[in-house]
Design a protein around this ligand. Structure first.
Ligand SMILES: *[C@@H]1O[C@H](CO)[C@@H](O)[C@H](O)[C@H]1NC(C)=O
Ligand SMILES: *[C@@H]1O[C@H](CO)[C@@H](O)[C@H](O)[C@H]1NC(C)=O
Ligand SMILES: *[C@@H]1O[C@H](CO)[C@@H](O)[C@H](O)[C@H]1NC(C)=O
Ligand SMILES: *[C@@H]1O[C@H](CO)[C@@H](O)[C@H](O)[C@H]1NC(C)=O
Length: 380
């Protein structure tokens, strides 16, 4: 009886050993095949890819999908747009594009910001609900006429409004940088500072990060396949400042736009917000090195609510604005339980610099305080 247990155990112990040895042999063979491919395939390391299709079958399935006609056409158009030289204009301008429901509460502040810089900017106003009443002459006659479509937050109509603004602004060949602003945005620096900051670089300031949480990849839909895979899906704030070639690229894109129009909607279960995902995903796919990955428009999400902090008249002090202009690191937080924070320096022409040129959200009541302190907070 006492001899029984070891006898019983022996065959049981032998079996796993046998499997482990076999697995090891298979592993060694696979590694060998990968490192030293059969001779007829080894020329693939040197010669054209057409000879190598059979070798590619050995590798994991990444990148094996055939591109569709539409993808090939789209890639060809985008390649040429991205190769466009910078600043072809002798008197380059910044296009300030205001996307607003109605009248702009800070026209007087923008007027102060723009004073004396005629010929270096142009203004476009897209008001989606009511015809705006202008308090500054600089804004008179700058309204964009659309077919009275209602722009709804989160829906593709928001992207359509952005494209309408871009199309109007692109008509002026001198416009070289295109800044999207809202009615609650204010400038943080002098015009010269903003102009040199934007014109001195060839990257676009488009916010972009990967969020594995419910407000990021949780909004991705498999219907976006095959062109957009989940690993391509990105998130970012809507307020961009982009180069002329990127403005053209957005208007040239139909392929990815269509996917978002059809499969990224609020209230379809995933609550996908097109204006938070379309451009970050598009640029991540077609020109990841061409974007800064942060927006030059500051917003304070630190209260952790559904809406960002909005400033009241009593909040608007020299200290507050100085604090915002001094920020030289941007950070992103994932929307999953981990709430992972990534913090990165804002690099301008390779060195750490202030991140923000504009800020939101300011209540209309803050305008008097802002006008009072504008010259002091922008004069450094
Ligand atoms: C960017 O940095 C380089 C090297 O530091 C410098 O030579 C160049 O003038 C800078 N460009 C601008 C626009 O400041
Ligand atoms: C942007 O400019 C830098 C040098 O200033 C250059 O190395 C880089 O290729 C340019 N990028 C693009 C997309 O033109
Ligand atoms: C933005 O992020 C992409 C992908 O993560 C990266 O390839 C690119 O270099 C980043 N842009 C800059 C300016 O660092
Ligand atoms: C500005 O920043 C300082 C230091 O971080 C902080 O103590 C102060 O409360 C901030 N002021 C405002 C008005 O945000």
């Amino acid at each position: 009886m006492t001899v029984m247990p070891p006898q019983r155990n022996r065959p049981a112990a032998k079996k796993p050993m046998w499997i482990i040895v076999l697995l090891c042999m298979v592993c060694v063979m696979l590694i060998g095949a990968y490192v030293y491919p059969p001779r007829k395939y080894s020329q693939c390391y040197l010669s054209a890819s057409s000879v190598c299709t059979s070798f590619k079958d050995w590798l994991p399935s990444i990148g094996r999908r055939e591109k569709t006609d539409e993808e090939i056409i789209s890639a060809a158009v985008m390649k040429d747009i991205l190769a466009m030289p910078m600043s072809a204009s002798k008197s380059p301008k910044i296009a300030l594009m205001f996307l607003t429901p109605g009248s702009l509460p800070f026209e007087k502040l923008w007027e102060k910001f723009l004073q004396g810089h005629e010929g270096r900017y142009s203004i476009y106003v897209h008001a989606s609900r009511q015809k705006p009443v202008h308090s500054s002459s600089l804004f008179v006659g700058r309204d964009i006429h659309s077919d009275a479509v209602i722009v709804v937050w989160g829906k593709i109509s928001m992207i359509d409004a952005e494209k309408r603004l871009l199309a109007n602004a692109l008509e002026d060949a001198d416009n070289q940088f295109f800044v999207l602003l809202s009615d609650s945005c204010v400038p943080l620096h002098s015009f010269d500072y903003v102009y040199n900051y934007l014109m001195g670089t060839n990257i676009s300031f488009v916010d972009c990060f990967q969020d594995p949480g419910p407000h990021g990849n949780g909004r991705y839909s498999l219907e976006m396949l095959p062109e957009i895979e989940e690993r391509d899906f990105r998130k970012g704030a809507q307020w961009f400042a982009i180069t002329r070639r990127h403005a053209l690229l957005i208007l040239a894109d139909n392929l990815y736009y269509k996917k978002f129009k059809l499969y990224c909607k609020p209230a379809d279960g995933r609550n996908c917000i097109a204006d938070e995902h379309y451009l970050p995903t598009l640029f991540n796919m077609v020109d990841p090195g061409g974007i800064a990955n942060w927006s030059v428009t500051h917003v304070d999400w630190s209260e952790g609510k559904w809406h960002p902090r909005s400033y009241r008249a009593e909040d608007v002090t020299y200290d507050l604005l100085k604090n915002i202009t001094a920020v030289d690191e941007n950070f992103h937080v994932t929307s999953d339980d981990q709430k992972l924070v990534t913090q990165k320096p804002c690099l301008w022409n390779g060195s750490k610099s202030p991140c923000y040129l504009f800020a939101r959200k300011f209540y209309p009541e803050t305008v008097d305080n802002l006008l009072k302190i504008f010259t002091s907070y922008t004069s450094v």
